[in-house]
Design a protein around this ligand. Structure first.
Ligand code: NAD
Length: 480
């Protein structure tokens, strides 16, 4: 994109990899190579560590109001550049342009919201005996290594950049190499907003090599990842040497409970909401509804309404304004999705629509609805991360809750009901980080995002970010 060098950003300088190596970036709608970004070499990674150490030394001593001003200016710049950044996002990740625009807007909201928080990193004063004073202050944790997945190339980096900058850390952002230029645009906005050299850095390269190299350095004082469970487990292992604290958001397998107190109109609304949430970003969303448990009394009506709504969805390139569902972001994702559906069908599930890899270029996979899915089907245990909507039948609420909780993940869950008491029962009965009642939009700058069990630990977003990006230092003084 004009004005954004597609390069590494190290100590305030955009540059190529020292050995000139690059990685191809593809357009998922065509499979074509649309850019080449640097494949950082070991000496680039050493340079970025030195830059982040120097950046932290400056930034930790910078007044919170100045940090806030940088974030506010960056938010404004991002808003000015939104159309251009959204076009890049769609080109490298595939989602429809309207979704890309909304995501870039949300990234700006993170910058803006954390600008407000920068001046509110309060500590506390403890009650103590006369002659002594004791207080707890929040200090920036230090240089952060941040790893982000390809499914939200703007909002995931923003959710990490914004609190790091607000609370006085420096950061090395390692965006997914599948969709790195959106993150480069965010970093360029921070640079143009006046963030000092070394505070914000960005490297692209082979992910295991980058994470191994960075985390092996005692300079890195904090690790944050939005990605998959195996990668999260690997970063935990790498952190064992220097014991850096981690924030891990590792996906989920969100259940939806649709209860039988809904009247016909409410069933239609629930189906429309679930379909919208399910096929947003072609289902490549960690909080995507992925196991839909529908109570007997409304099951058939719900399935019919879902099939009507899905029939209206238009699949195509994200850049086409008529597109509702774009391609999957990479070829391995499409292969994984196709395998899950094929296996479920072979095990006896009914494929009610979709379910076949289309001919032609690009990594498209149609919105797919399954019913009669056998309990042992792999797609009920593995995170599907694609446009698959399995509808499952249940009879009583306890049974529905037990089946909804029967996965090792605990990120998000949803319930559709008009009965407040039953909503309370479901909310209390689900062991997850986020719950929506008659609602599927969960993420916002003000709200803590994260899960339990294999979905990871720690929270980003909301005032909980203060825990993630600062350390509590207790000071006690006594007059002599
Ligand atoms: P993957 O585990 O190969 O890669 C996920 C991301 O992690 C990639 O973008 C990559 O850049 C990064 N990564 C990979 N190895 C790394 C390493 N050793 N160190 C640091 N970063 C590393 O998975 P995938 O094939 O891209 O997606 C498969 C699964 O990942 C999905 O089914 C889903 O469960 C999960 N996922 C979750 C989220 C989320 O929002 N939590 C996002 C994307 C993918």
């Amino acid at each position: 994109m004009s004005g954004v060098p597609e390069r590494l950003f190290v100590g305030g300088v955009w540059r190529d990899a020292s050995d000139g190596r690059t990685i191809d970036v593809h357009d998922p709608a065509t499979g074509d190579v649309v850019a080449r970004v640097p494949n950082a070499a070991d000496d680039d990674l050493d340079d970025v560590l030195a830059a982040a150490a120097a950046g932290f030394a400056t930034w930790r001593r910078t007044a919170p109001a100045e940090r806030a001003a940088v974030l506010r200016r960056a938010a404004l710049l991002l808003a000015e550049r939104a159309e251009e950044v959204a076009a890049v996002l769609t080109q490298e990740q595939g989602k429809p342009l309207a979704e890309a625009r909304a995501e870039v807007r949300q990234a700006g909201e993170y910058f803006d919201w954390f600008a407000g928080e920068a001046v509110r990193s309060y500590g506390r004063v403890l009650a103590t005996e006369p002659g002594r004073r004791s207080w707890v202050e929040r200090r920036p944790v230090g240089p952060v290594a941040a790893f982000t997945a390809w499914n939200f190339p703007a909002s995931l980096p923003a959710r990490k950049l914004a609190p790091a900058v607000a609370y006085g850390c420096s950061i090395v952002l390692c965006p997914a190499v599948e969709a790195p230029r959106t993150a480069m645009a965010l970093v360029a906005a921070l640079q143009d907003a006046g963030v000092p050299d070394g505070v914000v850095n960005l490297v692209t390269g082979d992910p295991p090599r980058v994470s191994t190299h960075l985390i092996a350095s005692p300079t890195i004082s904090k690790i944050t990842l939005t990605g998959s469970v195996p990668v999260g487990q690997e970063l935990v292992r790498l952190s064992a040497t220097h014991l850096q604290p981690l924030t891990l958001e590792l996906g989920g397998h969100a259940p939806v409970l649709v209860l039988d107190d809904l009247d016909d109109e409410a069933v239609e609304r629930a189906a429309a909401t679930v379909v919208r949430a399910k096929f947003r970003n072609a289902g490549q969303v960690c909080v995507s509804p992925s196991r839909i448990f529908v109570q007997d009394g409304v099951h058939d009506r719900f399935v019919a309404a879902v099939l009507d709504r899905v029939a209206e969805l238009r699949v195509g390139p994200g850049a086409d304004p008529d597109t509702d569902v774009g391609p999957l972001a990479n070829e391995r994702r499409r292969a994984a999705v196709a395998e899950l559906v094929d296996k479920a069908a072979a095990d006896g599930a009914a494929v009610r629509c979709g379910g076949r890899v289309p001919d032609g270029p690009g990594w498209f996979y149609p919105p797919t609805v399954l019913t009669d899915v056998p309990p042992g089907a792999a797609l009920l245990a593995e995170e599907p991360f694609g446009p698959i909507l399995p509808v499952l039948r249940f009879t009583d609420l306890d049974e529905g809750l037990a089946r909804a909780g029967h996965v090792p993940y605990g990120l998000a869950a949803y319930v559709f009901t008009c009965d407040l008491a039953r909503a309370d029962t479901v909310v209390a009965g689900l062991d997850v980080g986020m719950i929506g009642v008659n609602e599927t939009a969960l993420a916002s700058a003000a709200s803590p995002f994260g899960g339990v069990h294999l979905s990871g630990y720690g929270r980003e977003g909301g005032t909980e970010s203060l825990e993630a990006y600062t350390v509590a230092t207790a000071v006690t003084t006594k007059g002599t």
